[in-house]
Design a protein around this ligand. Structure first.
Ligand SMILES: *Cc1c(COP(=O)(O)O)cnc(C)c1O
Length: 396
């Protein structure tokens, strides 16, 4: 790998991403961008209206460091309603600049240089960089794709245990999981909880897709397992739940001492953000259950449309249980099994952009994800329909 001038040693290797390359390709070729995961439809009007009304009021100025009291109360109520566990809005809830800041502030606050973070790969792209910025060391454990599209990704407990060394400080979990669409089962979470207790690991769990879960799967937070509350920080965000990925309103819940540590790092990253969006997200979190059921049902329909289209295009799909994304094995249409080459050619070949899953692996484990590609289905009917039609033409 070439060395990036000026970039610190900590961040070498985290240069320009395939995301940027693929999004640029989408623009120059006019291809439909199923690469980056953002919805092309608006959020609920009840939420958008509150944000519009808040602009031009005192909400335009610095909100309180931990977030406005109304939002912290709404977050605690929401966790109680859907997860059945309680956090005190005063000192166990912290509003952040998206889930991204919640994660990076946690890593900066909790890790000593050289501390190890155990996590599953493929992994969301900010994890490895966040660990590196905090001076930590990632210990990735592979999730293995199922032998057939009907199964789910699994991990090997022996491989997991082998990744936990005496330097291990933190387990970084993401369920529902991006990019695979896996929802960790209660049995798997039980295994992880027992491991965290045995090795006295802190747990940082990214649950931004908590509401985007489809029929047959159920999301449970590892924080609800016995003995886990006191060692777990739960991260979520408004972006995916309310179709407002540009607002960057996230939050973190956990025991007061852990949240206080994260707040210390957070106050020198952004201090605060998103003043007028904070009351809007509070209103969103208080929407009735029907809203949350409806967004999951709507996305499940989009999942089905894309999965059928990909299958008909000759691409075997690992059907996701949650999230915005479906993963395919490109080998039937790309005999050398190179997902990056497949994605570079796809705009010309089919007028569609996707992301090679290999970018979500540690470079040392790239062979595990070489043949896999991620497509997003969080797109409106017209765009998704056109994408499926274009992919279908690839077959003939
Ligand atoms: C989108 C996403 C995030 C980032 O959330 P923001 O609130 O936009 O910072 C974090 N984790 C996962 C797994 C995501 O997919």
């Amino acid at each position: 790998m070439t060395r990036a001038p000026y970039l610190s040693a900590r961040l070498q290797g985290f240069g320009t991403t395939v995301f940027a390359e693929m999004s640029a390709l989408a623009v120059t070729t006019g291809a439909i961008n199923l690469g980056q995961g953002f919805p092309d439809y608006p959020g609920p009007p009840e939420v958008l209206d509150v944000a519009r009304a808040a602009i031009g009021t005192a909400h335009d100025q610095y909100p309180p460091g931990p977030g406005i009291p109304e939002l912290r109360a709404a977050i605690a109520e929401h966790v109680q309603r859907f997860g059945g566990h309680g956090y005190a809005p005063a000192d166990e809830v912290l509003v952040t600049a998206g889930a991204t800041e919640a994660l990076s502030a946690s890593l900066l606050a909790l890790l000593e240089p050289g501390d190890e973070v155990v996590l599953f790969e493929p992994m969301y792209d900010c994890y490895a960089a966040g660990i590196a910025m905090a001076g930590g060391v990632a210990r990735p454990v592979p999730l293995r794709p199922p032998a057939s599209g009907a199964g789910q990704w699994t991990f090997d407990v022996a491989e997991l245990r082998a990744a936990v060394t005496p330097r291990a400080r933190l387990l970084l979990l993401n369920s529902p999981h991006n990019p695979t669409g896996k929802v960790f089962t209660r049995a798997e979470l039980g295994t992880l909880a027992a491991l965290a207790m045995e090795h006295e690991l802190l747990v940082l769990t990214d649950e931004v897709y908590e509401h985007l879960v489809f029929t047959g799967a159920q999301h449970t937070s590892i924080a609800t397992f016995p003995g886990m509350r006191e060692r777990t920080l739960v991260v979520s965000s408004a972006g995916k739940t309310f179709n407002v990925t540009g607002w960057k309103v996230g939050w973190i819940c956990g025991p007061a001492e852990l949240v206080a540590a994260v707040r210390t790092a957070k106050q020198f990253l952004t201090y605060v953000n998103a003043g007028p969006f904070q009351p809007a997200v509070a209103a969103g979190l208080r929407l009735p259950d029907e809203y949350f059921d409806a967004i999951a049902g709507d996305l499940e329909y989009r999942r089905d449309v894309l999965v059928q289209g990909l299958t008909e295009a000759g691409l075997p799909v690992i059907s996701p249980q949650a999230t915005y994304f479906a993963t395919v094995d490109v080998r039937p249409v790309q005999p050398d099994g190179d997902g990056v080459a497949f994605c570079r050619a796809l705009p010309e070949r089919a007028g569609v952009v996707a992301i090679p899953t290999v970018v979500f692996y540690d470079p040392a484990h790239a062979h595990l994800g070489r043949h896999l590609v991620r497509f997003a289905f969080c797109k409106g009917d017209a765009v998704l329909g056109e994408a499926v039609e274009r992919l279908g033409r690839m077959r003939s």
